[in-house]
Design a protein around this ligand. Structure first.
Ligand code: ATP
Ligand code: ZN
Length: 440
């Protein structure tokens, strides 16, 4: 397509989206001001009816608890697999103000678990997609959205505006950032995570007295250990269940069910396979010498935060100095090379489940982890007359992170002289060379 037409179509799509947002806001405003007049100091008839079934549950705490929810504000970091179900139930429950921060756009691969987003909202900001859903579900909730990443330079301003923070990001770097900033701002954190068939939940810095994440894990892991692109996937309802339990705990905290006396730090772990299991472990109290929540003077704590790793650069990409430029190859160049000569070895270092979904022709699959642990096994898979000292090997993975680490290892430790990493992996291949290769 002519590039100017493409730009025009993209602009039309943007304008259509803006138009829809304006219409939705206008409808909402007219509804929330005129359709639901208050019948007392607190609620409209609609709200009494809407929240009645939870108000009558004795543990919930009746009308006073519902009023507390209405007067509460929460910040949900990440409108993904954990954030969507948490947002769904918390907005339905009647939290007064909900902030959502996420810089990502809705992708088709999100839809099996990120239940506020729909096929219709693919391509738009997750924040906006979530806001639309919540507005339809419960117009009494005020939704504030931040369509960018939470990072060092904005975290204090944003976190300090809310009563409680839900960490729904599941990324190690952001987990430390949310922890440190929330502790310094005195906010309780409800934190969740999930992978494959399992998940965990904990409450951190409860009432600014409970233990924080650094009481258990004082230092962030090294960038290399968290930038693997073999992400392992997750079963939708497993992460959904964790998001919902985060909503339950948030309600208990905001309604005052837990007190300083009754709250005991815990970590709950859910496994779906082979049989459902929920285990709750007691955790220890605050560590007096914790660098963030311990008994250090405030000024020192802030210095600790300032001197931390660059959170924005921490996630998503392997250190750019893992490989030299001559140890990497552009996917386009590699495809041209293939057209001339088809004899080089292409090593695919993804897990076998992913290799089973899609692969490039004539590739050999040896997963990055086993290569790392048991390097000699690579030789068994190579063609018989393969000469490590001169023959070429190209290494590919899903996004191009693991392949860099594998390439480094093969050159430094395994005696390969001619190894190159395919920049950007299969994803890039699908974008640039062959769009029939599915991105999953
Ligand atoms: N620092 C951050 N600030 C704002 N949002 C964040 C931050 N870190 C992560 N997120 C968001 O948290 C959400 C986490 O969602 P989830 O773990 O389900 O994965 P995803 O990134 O959507 O999916 P996939 O891994 O398939 O691309 C994402 O939408 C991501 O953009
Ligand atoms: Zn601590």
């Amino acid at each position: 397509m002519d590039p100017s037409n493409e730009q025009l179509l993209a602009r039309i799509k943007e304008l259509e989206q803006e138009n829809e947002q304006l219409k939705a806001q206008a409808t909402l405003q007219s509804k929330s001001t005129s359709s639901f007049p208050k019948i007392d100091d607190n609620f409209s008839l609609d709200e009494y009816k809407r929240y009645g079934r939870q108000m009558i549950v004795p543990d919930f705490g009746s009308l006073p608890s519902q009023i507390k929810l209405k007067n509460s504000s929460i910040l949900v970091v990440g409108a993904g697999g954990l954030g969507c179900p948490a947002l769904l139930y918390l907005s339905a429950a009647g939290i007064g103000k909900i902030g959502i921060i996420d810089d990502d756009l809705v992708d088709t691969s999100n839809l099996h678990r990120q239940v506020l987003h729909t096929t219709e909202t693919v391509g738009i900001h997750k924040c906006e997609s979530a806001r639309r859903y919540i507005n339809k579900l419960n117009p009494h909730v005020v939704v504030e959205t931040y369509q960018f990443r939470l990072q060092n330079d904005n975290a204090f301003d944003i976190v300090s505006k809310y009563d409680l923070v839900l960490d729904c990001t599941d990324t190690p770097a952001t987990r430390y950032l949310i922890n440190d900033v929330s502790v310094l701002c005195g906010k309780t954190i409800v934190s969740g995570s999930g992978l494959k068939t399992e998940g965990q939940l904990s409450i951190l810095n409860f009432n600014n007295k409970g233990p924080c994440y650094r009481c258990f894990y004082p230092k962030p892991p090294s960038p290399e250990s968290v930038t693997s692109c073999s992400d392992g996937g997750v079963i939708g309802p497993v992460i959904g269940l964790l998001g919902i339990t985060m909503a339950v705990e948030t309600i208990k905290i905001l309604t005052g069910y837990y007190t300083d006396e009754t709250f005991k730090p815990f970590l709950s772990m859910y496994s779906a396979y082979p049989q459902q299991q929920l285990r709750v472990f007691k955790m220890r109290n605050r560590k007096p010498d914790c660098a963030v929540c311990g008994n250090l003077p405030q000024i020192l704590k802030e210095t600790i935060l300032e001197n931390q790793i660059d959170y924005a650069a921490f996630c998503g990409t392997v250190n750019s100095n893992v490989l030299n430029p001559d140890e990497r190859i552009d996917v386009k160049k590699y495809s041209e090379l293939l057209n001339k000569n088809n004899s080089q070895v292409l090593l695919d270092v993804r897990p076998k489940e992913q290799f089973g979904i899609t692969k490039l022709a004539n590739s050999i699959n040896i997963q990055w982890d086993p290569i790392f642990k048991k390097a000699e096994s690579i030789d068994e898979y190579l063609p018989q007359n393969f000469d490590k000292s001169k023959d070429s090997v190209y290494v590919v993975c899903r996004y191009g992170n693991d392949s860099q680490l594998a390439t480094r290892k093969m050159i430094d430790e395994l005696g390969f002289k001619n190894v190159k990493d395919l920049i950007g992996g299969l994803n890039k291949w699908s974008e640039v060379v062959d769009s029939t290769v599915p991105q999953y």
